[in-house]
Ligand binder design. Structure first.
Ligand code: FES
Length: 108
């Protein structure tokens, strides 16, 4: 099991959930009812409502940003940050156990 902690915007108290290797970060969040992840398109990279900010310590564990994800991030409701990612594009690996991500103020 992979442990992931989500921090709501402006909240220092995170919510830790468990995900499985091979699942996307978005799927793990949805299965655990993380409210800050809307994921309207179900992971087809057409909505940008699964926006998260990956904390710096975890940047090097992330998969490379594809051109499609890069383009879609510009449509995220909350302003894009240097560490912004779309959680449906992050496939969980063993190396991500303990991952910490911040949620944007809003997905709409
Ligand atoms: S769930 Fe729609 S882009 Fe990630």
């Amino acid at each position: 099991m992979i442990h992931i902690t989500f921090f709501e915007h402006g909240n220092t108290q995170g919510q830790t959930i468990q995900g499985k290797v091979g699942q996307s970060l978005m799927q793990a969040a949805s299965a655990a009812d993380i409210e800050g992840i809307a994921a309207d398109c179900g992971g087809t990279l057409t909505c940008a409502t699964c926006h998260v900010m990956v904390r710096p310590a975890w940047q090097d564990k992330m998969p490379a940003l594809s051109d499609d994800e890069d383009g879609m991030l510009d449509f995220a409701a909350a302003s894009r940050q240097p560490n912004s990612r779309l959680s449906c594009q992050i496939k969980l690996t063993e190396a991500m156990d303990g991952l910490e991500v911040d949620l944007p103020e809003s997905q709409y």
